[in-house]
Write a protein that binds this ligand. Sequence first.
Ligand code: FMN
Length: 182
Amino acid sequence: MASVFEAMQERRSSSKVTDEAPSHDELLELIEAAGQVADHSGMTPWRVLEIRGESRRIVGESLAAAAGLEGRDADKNIRKAYRAPLLLAVIVSPRPSFKVPYWEQEAVASGVAHSLNLLLHERGYGAMWRTGIHTRSDAVRLAHRLEPGEQMLGWIYVGRYPDRPRSSRRSRVDARRHLSSL
Ligand SMILES: Cc1cc2nc3c(=O)[nH]c(=O)nc-3n(C[C@H](O)[C@H](O)[C@H](O)COP(=O)(O)O)c2cc1C
């Protein structure tokens, strides 16, 4: 089994995936593991929507509506939600707190989304975190039934890696440019 270091080095997003997605039970397992991220005061300020089958249309329609698209343009946009058999909408679900401000809670939810990407990769699933300029629009909020204060972080599109060579490893970051001393 690959180490976390190796998994991080080899993970790539997969824009194309097959029709095979993790089952509901497998997803529960992965979400439980992703929930182990660092979490100030353990508030678990996040939730995930499991979107399969025709429910994907709700995602596509809300994005098309937010973009003001109609007719063929809307249809074309809606089809994009069918690029994977499973969409995981990751939502920041902030808890009231004086000690832990909103931005910290969003950081936790973001950590969960990144961890899910890595865990899916480890299980042989292709995943791609997608958003768009209308991710936090009213149409999207309404369609996903967000509670007041909740915020979308986007959708992780999930399926199996297709049977084709994966794109090569991403160019490495120049760690020296990103690490300095105070
Ligand atoms: C918050 C967030 C939103 C993203 N939204 C999109 C998107 O809408 N469309 C897209 O092509 N890539 C998007 N990406 C980038 C891809 O998920 C992916 O990271 C990128 O294509 C690079 O591929 P890699 O993960 O294999 O390095 C997003 C990434 C993050 C973290």
